[in-house]
Design a protein around this ligand. Structure first.
Ligand code: TPP
Length: 594
């Protein structure tokens, strides 16, 4: 670690005016401040607009993880935030750097992940002259506006005096209320400008989370205790606010079954007798049925999104009304948006569920004979449709066999990071998650390319725990430079590439409606085109293993996890769809014209 003390010097202008205040270049004061905030890592990619900041970072205690594409850096910062509980920090160049990162930042935004994005910008004295690499065809000096639709706030720092306040605001906003990304767009001359020493002083104020008022907690507890068929519905907010223990207590106190969203997976241990599973298109039949037949649902930390709600079609998942809905969320905008809601409350999920659970103690509830047996039977019936595949010796492998080998090899507290495709849907539906927060997946934006990159951030945050990215070959192929970054940053992650030589999920969807998979499979001269991903990994200096027989996968996974080196395990796999017990309205829209 190099000292930054030598960088403190007296501003020349002030020296001539005789004012003795010391100044120091903003970029160095910024990194000191980030250290003070507890920032331990910045993910990013360089450009001429940010090298002043890079110099300061290099001389600080903060780690800089340099990726080969800004989208990777953004997903890695997102994964870091999910696994650490702290905001991810991203650094990008202007123009193409800023636009490359948009997908990753938007993905974080739609999953309510806290992130602060520092983007270099053109020198402020060139506003209006359309300098090198500026996006400016609509308005002068407004490229930061590209981030407006998905950031909680976009700041451009026009005066160096405002820099400390804006950075403090960015960290405050990223983590408070409904978390999300905030952009701090920094004209490159601002990084290099002088500021009085000590300008970055204000630390974001600790903000208490909104609680549920006791009268409301009593009212909700009473409504749940009096309902005939109540149901607790848990979203990602239950996990991010660490409300799983409170959820379990409430469920057990009033003997209420629990269903969850994609991001709510892990809200109860997989073998909990009141756990129904995920709802929606890729959910489980028993979860959909219980939701549809409930007379009262308490939904917490969810936006009742389309995929989890079977496109809001009352025949499949939720039938509200006649089901009554009570909805608790940190964001008032989510309440009442998709369903008529009897009662809404803006509150932190943990505080709310704790209060309701407390208010529920000692209350009687309707007797529901056979509830646990009905749940167990429903779950067993569904798993009987596919659990024989968990031991299938077929080659190319059945996807379920890949899940079973992963489940055996991965420690319980290991992370399973998915992408989109069979991996996300199959894990959400069929893979037992017992430790909350170990399932990391892109939900809102469902970005192909998330998993291979996010796992880098997960491992950075939790270096002592295993981190496996279970991803399709489409996702891995979209940006294979993650392997180079893992090597450079010494991140021994494992990518399990489920290789079906195509964008399998979409190929299957097209085949179902149109009888072929035009534009979805990987082909060269009309023949299936496969890539030796394992060889690519080896070319990067990492480990690469091609699975040639189903029995090789278990040992390969264990070796990879023990190796201490980044490893790509390429698993040829049948393109078999996940069951879809719910509904997705797209299937009503396709029309075949031939
Ligand atoms: C960036 C992006 N582009 C396109 C899509 C649409 N999409 C959804 S699933 C999918 C296929 C993913 O293929 P692969 O990673 O091989 O997984 P598989 O479906 O074969 O399991 C695509 C292209 C997306 N979600 N994200």
């Amino acid at each position: 670690m190099k000292s930054t003390e030598s960088l403190v010097y007296t501003n020349a202008a002030e020296a001539t005016t005789g004012i003795a205040s010391e100044t120091r270049i903003a970029a160095y004061q910024l990194t000191d401040y980030l250290e003070q905030l507890g920032v331990e890592v910045v993910f990013g990619l360089c450009g001429h607009t940010v090298i002043a900041f890079l110099d300061a970072l290099g001389k600080s205690r903060i780690r800089f993880i340099s990726t080969r594409h800004e989208q990777i850096a953004a997903h890695a910062a997102d994964g870091y935030a999910r696994a650490s509980g702290k905001p991810g920090v991203l650094l990008t160049h202007l123009g193409p750097g800023l636009t490359n990162a948009t997908t990753g930042v938007a993905n974080a935004a739609l999953d309510s992940i806290p992130m602060v994005v520092f983007a270099g910008d053109i020198p402020s004295h060139y506003y209006g002259r359309h300098p090198h690499q500026e996006v400016n065809l609509h308005m002068d000096a407004d490229q930061y506006e590209i981030y407006r639709p998905f950031c909680k706030r976009v700041y451009r720092v026009d005066r160096v005096q405002d820099f400390p306040r804006i950075v403090e605001r960015a960290f405050h906003l990223a983590v408070s209320g409904r978390p999300g990304p905030v952009l701090v767009d920094v004209p490159m001359d601002i990084f290099s400008a002088d500021l009085p020493v000590g300008s970055f002083q204000q630390i974001p104020t600790p903000v208490s989370r909104p609680a549920l008022d006791p009268a409301m907690a009593e009212r909700i507890a009473r409504a749940l205790s009096e309902a005939k068929r109540p149901l607790l519905y848990a979203g990602g907010g239950v996990l991010s606010s660490h409300a799983t223990a409170a959820l379990q207590e409430l469920a057990e106190t009033l003997e209420i079954p629990v269903a969850h969203t994609l991001m709510g997976k892990g809200c109860l241990k997989e073998d909990h007798p009141l756990l129904l599973g995920m709802t929606g298109f890729w959910g489980t039949p028993v979860a959909n049925t219980f939701c549809r037949e409930a007379d009262l649902i308490l939904a917490t930390g969810t936006r009742l999104a389309e995929a989890n709600s079977s496109s809001w079609d009352p025949r499949f998942t939720f039938s509200i009304p006649p089901t009554r809905l009570i909805h608790i969320d940190i964001d008032a905008a989510e309440i009442g948006r998709n369903y008529p809601t009897e009662l809404g409350a803006v509150a932190d999920a943990k505080l709310a569920l704790e209060a309701i659970s407390e208010a529920a103690k000692g209350r009687s509830h309707a007797v529901r004979p056979g509830l646990r047996q009905t749940i167990a039977a429903g779950r067993a019936e569904f798993s009987s449709r596919w659990d024989h595949q968990w031991s299938s010796d077929q080659y190319p492998l059945r996807p379920e066999r890949i899940l079973s080998e992963l489940h055996k090899a991965l420690p319980k507290d290991g992370f399973i990071v998915t992408d989109v495709g069979w991996n996300k849907n199959g894990v959400a539906q069929q893979y037992p998650i017992d430790v909350p927060g170990t399932f990391i997946t892109p939900s809102g934006l469902c970005t192909m390319g998330f998993g291979p990159a996010a796992v880098l951030g997960v491992k950075t945050a939790q270096p002592d725990r295993a981190a496996v990215a279970l991803i399709g070959d489409g996702a891995f192929g979209s940006n294979m430079s993650v392997v180079a970054t893992a090597m450079e940053a010494n991140l021994p992650v494992v990518w399990v590439v489920m290789d079906n030589s195509g964008f399998g999920t979409i190929a299957g969807l097209e085949a179902m409606h149109y009888g072929w998979s035009f534009g979805c499979m990987f082909e060269c001269n009309g023949q299936p085109y496969t890539i030796d991903y394992a060889a690519i990994a080896r070319a990067c200096g990492a480990r690469g293993v091609l699975i040639k027989n189903a029995s090789e996968l278990g040992p390969a996974l264990r070796e990879a996890l023990a190796s201490g080196l980044p490893t790509v395990i390429q698993v040829p796999m049948e393109n078999a769809p996940t069951p879809t017990p719910g509904h997705w309205n797209i299937n009503d829209i396709y029309r075949n014209g031939q």
